[in-house]
Design a protein around this ligand. Structure first.
Ligand code: FCX
Length: 435
């Protein structure tokens, strides 16, 4: 059977030709003007990047290599007895555009399990972090430190030719993904005092091992949740902060550990991945203010008070999406199947009925609908993973899949150093004087 690395190697030459032909035919064409507002406005909607792994449609949401989330749930191999796709399979899909066989997925699980150990000095580094240091900072520290053993950094120092870059980058990316459960598990247990870290089971899948390291491996539904969670958080086209940061830093030929460490620092912001922590905090605060089983009117008032306090409603809105995020819907369906009567899930559902109208009435947010972060915390809480400061770490474990796939393809296609042009306001004024 063909390994993932062999399959990527087979695909690269044709893709290099494909890019060459596309550039030869369309390279000098423009698609749309760049507005000055876009320079001041976070480059919203400005075409700037190429990434084949996933594309985000404003109305429909994410497609991984052309497949919607329900299509991935249908198509991708599952664990024996499970019904959610294995994230191993999603990674294969992101990298190759193809669904792997069950055997190929099993081989990937084994490969990652075999690479899972982290260096002793990284363990010590984590053990020395004060428990008051945010789990995301600890996560980023540990990932950055893995660069100590980067195959790419070593090969580059030894003068590897450019067309070979992707090979050690592939190895680093496989190591990176493989080591994240041990890092996440260690942080979780260090910070929240949950006993000794078990060892990785070489025969089990990635999500089972991650769940076990966190202390939830004996709950089959939690393991299924992890499979779904890691699949849907993996990638969200190229322009979001974590994906773009990884690509940008990787373009300097910083190795995948340095590049993904940078991604994590972006994911740790409250407008991005930290929103999943913020949602739970916000829901808990709401509950303590207006009680459980509160009326719609009380929830409405609370939402307005958030807006009037100058804060955003976490988990709602999106820079690209203009409809309910299908990642939200996938989690809602999971909840309807596994925890329909959970009180916090009911509150999430109630909030979903109420917030969009309020955001529309407030008149600022371009998208009043929920995003992925509006739902993930309630699922984790249901199974006893109640420490919300840890939630973004799980998002980070998943986001490594997308960033890694991009890094491999960027190096395979010889993507250059990223260097867009910045302008001063004075230059803008001069440029458009009298125009
Ligand atoms: N609550 C209140 N106000 C909101 C809002 C929300 N949920 N979403 C947008 N707005 C406001 C913005 O703050 C902005 O106000 P301003 O003009 O006073 O600065 C205005 O509406 C226009 O913003 P908009 O163009 O709609 O949104 P952006 O593309 O600038 O930002 C995010 C998108 C996601 C950052 C924004 O909707 C937000 O802050 N949401 C809450 C945080 C969140 O859930 N983030 C997670 C997003 C994502 F899924 C992820 O990365 O994980």
């Amino acid at each position: 059977q063909v390994s993932l690395k062999d399959r990527v190697a087979e695909l690269i030459p044709a893709e290099i030709e494909n890019v060459k032909a596309t550039r030869a035919e369309h390279g000098k064409k423009t698609f749309g003007p760049v507005l000055v507002d876009q320079l001041y406005g976070g480059m919203r909607g400005m075409p700037a990047l190429i990434w084949d792994g996933s594309v985000l449609d404003a109305e429909e949401g994410i497609r991984f290599r052309g497949k919607t989330i329900p299509e991935c749930q249908e198509l991708l191999p599952k664990a024996p007895g499970g019904s959610e796709p294995l994230p191993e399979a999603l990674f294969w899909l992101l990298l190759t555009g193809e669904a792997p066989t069950q055997e190929q997925v099993t081989a990937l699980s084994r490969d990652w399990a075999a690479r899972a150990a982290i260096p002793e000095f990284v363990e010590e580094l984590l053990d020395r972090c004060p428990p008051t240091l945010h789990p995301m900072s600890q996560f980023s520290l540990a990932v950055t430190a893995l660069n100590h053993d980067s195959a790419f950094a070593k090969a580059y120092a030894e003068g590897i030719p450019k067309k070979e870059y992707w090979k050690p980058v592939f190895e680093d990316c496989m190591d990176l993904i493989a080591k994240l459960p041990n890092i996440a598990g260690r942080i979780y247990r260090n910070v929240y005092g949950q006993g000794k870290l078990p060892t990785i089971d070489l025969e089990r899948d990635y999500s089972w091992n991650l769940s076990t390291l966190l202390g939830f491996g004996d709950n089959a539904n939690f393991v299924e949740l992890m499979r779904l969670y890691l699949t849907i958080h993996s990638d969200h086209e190229g322009g979001n902060v974590s994906a773009h940061t990884g690509k940008l830093v990787g373009s300097a030929l910083s190795d995948p550990f340095l590049a993904f460490g940078a991604s994590l620092n972006g994911l740790a912001g409250p407008l991005h991945g930290l929103a999943n922590q913020e949602v739970l905090l916000w829901l808990r605060k709401m509950q303590s203010k207006i009680g459980e089983n509160a009326s719609d009117e009380a929830v409405r008032e609370y939402v307005w008070s958030t807006l009037q306090g100058g804060q955003v409603v976490p988990g709602y809105g999106h820079a690209v999406l203009r409809k309910t995020d299908p990642r939200y819907t996938a989690q809602r369906e999971f909840a309807l199947k596994h925890l329909p009567n959970d009180p916090l899930f009911k509150l999430v559902g109630q909030v979903y009925q109420i917030v969009p109208d309020i955001l529309l009435a407030a008149g600022k947010a371009k998208n009043p609908w929920p995003n992925v972060d509006a739902h993930s915390g309630v699922l984790l809480t249901h199974y006893g993973l109640t420490q919300m400061q840890f939630y973004t770490v799980l998002f980070g474990v998943s986001r490594a899949f997308g960033v890694a796939a991009q890094l491999i393809w960027d190096r395979a296609l010889g993507a250059p150093l990223e260097r867009p042009k910045s302008y001063s306001t004075a230059a803008i004024q001069k440029m458009f004087k009298d125009k």
